[in-house]
Design a protein around this ligand. Structure first.
Ligand code: TXA
Ligand code: MG
Length: 327
């Protein structure tokens, strides 16, 4: 029996399987098996009122989950343009959908992943797979199989190893139950691309002001998702002075910057030069944060990317990482 067949058997037996998607690794369970979905919450230590995304192989699989009485015309356009791909759509849920999936709301998040291993798993399993990111609640999402192992250990019976996830950050989430679709979570598909390829107006639901990069949204109430344990400080592009790190004796710190390491940079600190292209930046972001987090620096200083549509998803994740441990 190969790994994929084992995965299908485990899912059929109500067990959890971690698998790669084009965004991040998911922790999968048979979406129709409430006991199996319950195990996801236990493994992640996730509060039960958090909804879970359902992953489907094709559009036919939507019918048991989506209330088609309210299906918008926009759905077809988004699905046609971006599925399979890194887009989650929020639909009105059928009343039969378990609360454990919807988090007690009347909506459901669905996505059709494009990663070949995810697709093959969905195809062979033949039913939708419920899968949040395969990390402990509130931690950084895994982009390598080894990250899943580190985070969840024995609670996941099998990890399908697909190498590094190509996008590296979680899918874009759009709520299409409203007249104007709303981006609930920015992701690999940016607002300009979404508008251009659908001709549909899309708006952000989240606070996104340039001046707030150091004082993120609704102070104190920002969900500290995607957070490393180390204190993270974002420094706005215009305030970022690479030579400043050499002037003070800042041992035990790490810096993630677009620039190269200054000559006078402390030997006991770590400087990581990040890609200037948002696609490549996203790919390495979580792995970089994870590596730095392991080294127990006092602070990780991050040069903030520019406030441009292509960087919104990364800025969102960085703001959340920094929001966790506001001092
Ligand atoms: O890229 C991804 O979307 C990854 C891969 C594994 O597919 N999955 C993922 O799942 O990021 P998770 O559970 O870590 O994040 C799902 C997000 C949560 O913030 C949740 O609140 C939101 O989707 N969500 C799910 N269902 C929703 C609903 N019905 N209404 C509003 N938000 C929903
Ligand atoms: Mg997650």
């Amino acid at each position: 029996m190969n790994e994929l067949q084992k995965a299908v058997e485990l899912l059929n037996n109500g067990e959890l399987v971690a698998f790669p998607t084009e965004t991040v690794y998911g922790l999968g369970a048979d979406a129709a098996n409430t006991k199996a979905v319950e195990k996801i919450f236990e493994a992640k230590k996730r509060p039960v009122d958090h909804p879970v995304i359902i992953h489907v192989y094709d559009l036919e699989q939507l019918s048991d989950w989506v209330n088609t009485d309210f299906l918008s015309e926009q759905y077809k356009i988004f699905a046609q343009q971006f599925w399979p791909g890194p887009l989650t759509l929020i639909f009105n849920a059928k009343s039969s959908v378990p609360k454990m999936i919807t988090g007690g709301q009347d909506t459901i998040g669905i996505r059709m992943p494009s990663h070949p291993i995810a697709r093959e798993l969905l195809k062979q399993f033949g039913k939708p797979i419920a899968a949040p990111s395969a990390n402990r609640f509130g931690k950084i999402s895994p982009t390598k199989a080894s990250h899943v192992k580190e985070e969840l250990g024995e609670s996941v019976k099998l990890i399908l190893d697909g190498g590094d996830c190509p996008c590296g950050i979680e899918s874009t989430i759009i709520d299409i139950t409203k007249d104007i679709p709303v981006i609930l979570r920015p992701g690999p598909l940016d607002i300009e691309t979404l508008k251009k390829m659908t001709g549909i107006q899309v708006i952000y639901s989240y606070f996104n002001k340039k001046s707030d990069i150091n004082h993120p949204r609704v102070s104190g109430s920002l969900p500290s998702h995607y957070a490393p344990n180390t204190f993270v400080e974002l420094i706005e592009l215009k305030d970022f002075d690479p030579t400043a790190f050499g002037k003070n004796n800042l041992d035990g710190i790490a810096v993630m910057s677009f620039q190269v390491k200054p000559n006078n940079f402390s030997r006991d600190a770590t400087w990581v030069t990040m890609p200037e292209n948002p696609v490549y930046y996203a790919k390495v972001l979580y792995a970089t944060l994870r590596e730095l987090d392991k080294q127990h620096f006092t602070t990780i200083y991050i040069e903030s990317p520019p406030d441009l549509p292509l960087w919104q998803a990364i800025r969102d994740r960085l703001m959340r990482a920094a929001a966790k441990n506001e001092r």
